[in-house]
Design a protein around this ligand. Structure first.
Ligand code: SF4
Length: 402
């Protein structure tokens, strides 16, 4: 059995072979060469012929022995585009890069970088974080606050968009800067910083008994320390009509060290039913230390969902979306939403036409069991829910019975 150091702890590993793009994998019981090659042969024959490209990924066995030293990992994140490209063996593309926005510079944790393919400027993970010159284009229809979120701010840091639910913007910080982010221009500096500053938001929640569920968002709520998160959770659970707490976070994907014992304990130690919504867009994000973190999360019994964004050059193919859903299900995560891109300034180069999205969804329905098909939705400001983009016509004009 091999071993790998994760955050200072030495953990056993098992080797898998993963097909690029789809995330299909075959377990290899030992890294001994004969077993590796027979595993590859089995996988290739199960996938049929064609140009199949394989990569090997160590998957760490689920273990409660993970480290909580995520702040060190965050401190070591890459912040310089030249350094990122050189680590991948790529020349700086010069004019192809955006004139860097100081409010939203490049930020990529080492763990995420390790899942990128060296030498490939079009790598789908790299594309999500590399600030390309297209970001600077002024494209009609793409605006600063495409979702009109300012309208729904009922107290500092508190958005109320949908019945029964409200969203706390706990922080503007993230461990990664996704170039397609719908909140990349959000005025985070106006939001509360210290715990006391949150009291008006907590008071607004107390006054509205129709709210049963609070979403913790940002930025990324897991950028707060476990101590601060604990204080927020304790305050929320003192509000009697609240029943559920939903965490929207990308950190388990990009900074897996952040799935700490303390956070897992916090999820299970509150009377508020926890739901965690992670954010992965491509099956190759869901390997190695990320797979370990997600297994720890799902094995702790917390309902875990995934939301993805349909992104040009990242996941706009049937194979990739099928691979993403299958990989999520293998890890015990329900594919929840596939979002049509929000039309936010600087993100137009990621947009996939809705007709293409609908064709992709039709193919996903052919290829996947119903539970593995995400809802394809668009957020429309002022609508009472995320608008489903698929319209299912009952066969032969009959009624839908189930
Ligand atoms: S993690 Fe979420 S909030 Fe943070 S940059 Fe990415 S999409 Fe935006």
């Amino acid at each position: 059995m091999s071993a790998v150091a994760v955050g200072g702890a030495l953990l056993p590993v098992r080797w898998y072979v993963v097909q690029e793009g789809t995330g299909k994998s075959a377990p290899l019981t030992t890294p001994a060469k004969g077993r590796v090659y027979s595993g590859v042969a089995r996988l290739v024959s199960s996938m049929g012929s064609g140009n199949i490209s394989l990569v090997e990924q160590p998957i760490i066995e689920p273990s409660r022995a993970a480290s909580n030293d995520w702040r060190r990992s965050l401190g070591e994140a890459i912040r310089d585009p030249g350094q990122l490209l050189s680590r991948l063996g790529l020349a700086a593309p010069g004019s192809r890069l955006s004139a860097l926005d100081p409010q939203f510079p490049l930020l990529v944790p080492e763990s995420f970088l390790k899942r990128m393919k060296p030498g490939d400027i079009n790598d789908p993970l790299l594309r999500q974080v590399l600030p390309l010159a297209e970001e600077d284009d002024d494209v009609p229809g793409f605006t600063i606050d495409a979702l009109d979120e300012a309208k729904f701010r009922i107290a500092p840091g508190l958005l109320h968009k949908y019945e029964g639910r409200a969203l706390l913007v706990l922080t503007g910080a993230c461990a990664v800067h996704c170039r397609y982010c719908f909140r990349r221009h959000y005025p985070y500096s106006q939001e509360p910083k210290r715990l006391d500053d949150w009291e008006p938001a907590f008071a607004a929640l107390e006054q509205d008994e129709s709210i049963h569920e609070v979403l913790l968002s940002g930025g990324d709520p897991l950028m707060l320390t476990d101590e601060r998160l604990s204080a927020v959770v304790r305050r929320l659970e003192s509000i009697p009509h609240l029943r559920r707490l939903r965490w929207h976070t990308r950190l388990p994907i990009v900074l897996p060290d952040r799935v700490t014992f303390e956070w897992l304990d916090l999820l299970s130690s509150t009377r508020l039913t926890p739901i965690v919504v992670v954010h992965a867009n491509h099956p190759r994000e869901l390997v190695a230390d990320c797979a370990l973190a997600l297994r720890q999360l799902t094995q702790s019994g917390v309902m875990t969902l995934n939301q993805a964004v349909l992104l040009r050059g990242v996941n706009d193919s049937v194979e990739t979306l099928v691979g993403l859903s299958e990989r999520l299900i293998d890890l015990g995560i329900k594919p929840y939403y596939l979002h049509q891109l929000d039309r936010v300034a600087g993100t137009a180069h990621f947009e996939v036409p809705e007709e293409t999205g609908l064709s992709l969804m039709a193919e996903l329905r052919q290829r996947l069991p119903g539970y593995a098909v995400p809802q394809y939705v668009r957020e429309v400001p002022g609508e009472a829910f995320k608008v489903p983009l698929e319209f299912v016509v009952p066969p032969s004009g009959g009624s839908v019975t189930d």
